[in-house]
Design a protein around this ligand. Structure first.
Ligand code: NAD
Length: 254
C-alpha cells in the first residue's frame, strides 16, 4: 500500500521542513521526485540526502511567485503525475499593521505561487491522463490565527483554489485536495521564533506547543505520511477536500 512506483512528483518548497519530509517519503515509496525551492543550496542538499538512500530525485531552483520561471521549470520537468504545492512563507500582523508590501509578498508566494504551479502543471497532468494535486493550507484558514492576517487570508485562498480545481478537472482524472497542518516543528517555526522572540525561543516554543490540544507540535514526517496517503492510489475516492492534521487544534480548543 501507498507505493508511488513509476510516479513522478513535483514538490515545491522541498528544501526544508514539510516539503523536505514529503520529498524524502515519496522517493522512499518509489517516486522520482523533483524538488523545487527558492533556496538552491537547501534544495541541492535535500537531493543529496535522498540520493544517499538511493532515491530518484532532481533539484530545481525556482521562485514559485514568478510565472515565467514556473512555466519554464514545468516544461523542463516534462510529464509528471503528482504536484505538491507546499512552498509558503509566514508573516505576523493584523489587518491594520500589515503593510501593503508585506501583504503583496505573502500573496505572491502563498497564493500566486500556487496559481502559477497550477497554471503550468494542469495542462501536463491532463495530457498525461490525470494526476493528483495536493496544496498546503493551514489551520489558519479554518479558524484564523491571531495576528496572522495576510497568512490566514492566503491559506483561505489555497482552500478555495483546491475546491475550484477539484471541480474543474474532475473529468480529466485530476484529484485535488489540501492539508491543513497545525503547528509543525520546522525551520519555518524556528525562524519565526528567532525573529520575533530573540532570547526567548525555548519559552515561546513551549507556549506554542501547548496551544496544540495534543500538547506538542507535529513532526514533518507525520504531515508527509498524510500527503503520501492523499497522493496514492489508495485515496482514489478522495477529491475536493481538506484534511486537518492539527492535534485537535480546530475542534478541541474551546
Ligand atoms: P519551511 O520554511 O521550513 O520551508 C518552506 C520552504 O519553501 C523553504 O525551503 C523555502 O525556501 C521555500 N520557499 C519559500 N518561498 C519560496 C518561493 N517563492 N519559491 C520556492 N520556494 C519557496 O516551512 P514549512 O514549515 O515546512 O512549511 C511548508 C508549508 O506548510 C508552507 O506552505 C506553510 O505555510 C505550511 N504550514 C506550515 C506550518 C508549520 O507550523 N510549520 C503549519 C501550517 C502550514
Amino acid at each position: 500500500m501507498f507505493e508511488l512506483n513509476d510516479k513522478t512528483a513535483v514538490v515545491t518548497g522541498g528544501g526544508s521542513g514539510i516539503g523536505k519530509a514529503i520529498a524524502q517519503l515519496f522517493a522512499r515509496q518509489g517516486a522520482h521526485v523533483h524538488v523545487v525551492d527558492l533556496n538552491d543550496a537547501a534544495c541541492v542538499q535535500v537531493v543529496r540526502e535522498i540520493r544517499e538512500e538511493a532515491g530518484r530525485v532532481t533539484s530545481h531552483a525556482c521562485d514559485v511567485s514568478r510565472q515565467a520561471d514556473v512555466e519554464a521549470l514545468m516544461a523542463t520537468i516534462g510529464p509528471f503525475d503528482i504536484l505538491v504545492n507546499n512552498a509558503g512563507i509566514a508573516h505576523i500582523g493584523k489587518a491594520d499593521t500589515t503593510s501593503e508590501e508585506d501583504f503583496d509578498r505573502v500573496m505572491s508566494v502563498n497564493v500566486k505561487g500556487v496559481y502559477n504551479c497550477l497554471h503550468a502543471a494542469i495542462p501536463q497532468l491532463r495530457a498525461n491522463g490525470g494526476g493528483v494535486i495536493l496544496n498546503m493550507a493551514s489551520v489558519a484558514a479554518w479558524v484564523g490565527i491571531k495576528e496572522r492576517f495576510a497568512y490566514s487570508t492566503a491559506k483561505g485562498a489555497v482552500m478555495a483554489m483546491t475546491l475550484s480545481v477539484a471541480k474543474d478537472y474532475l473529468q480529466d482524472g485530476i484529484r485535488c485536495n489540501s492539508i491543513s497542518p497545525g503547528r509543525v516543528h520546522t525551520p519555518f517555526v524556528d525562524g519565526f521564533l528567532a525573529r520575533n522572540y530573540p532570547g526567548r525561543e525555548a519559552e515561546m516554543f513551549e507556549q506554542l506547543s501547548k496551544t496544540q490540544p495534543i500538547g506538542r507540535m507535529a513532526r514533518p514526517d507525520e504531515v508527509a505520511a498524510l500527503a503520501l496517503y492523499l497522493c496514492s492510489k489508495e485515496a482514489a475516492f478522495i477529491t475536493g477536500t481538506d484534511y486537518p492534521i492539527d492535534g485537535g487544534f480546530i475542534t478541541l480548543n474551546t
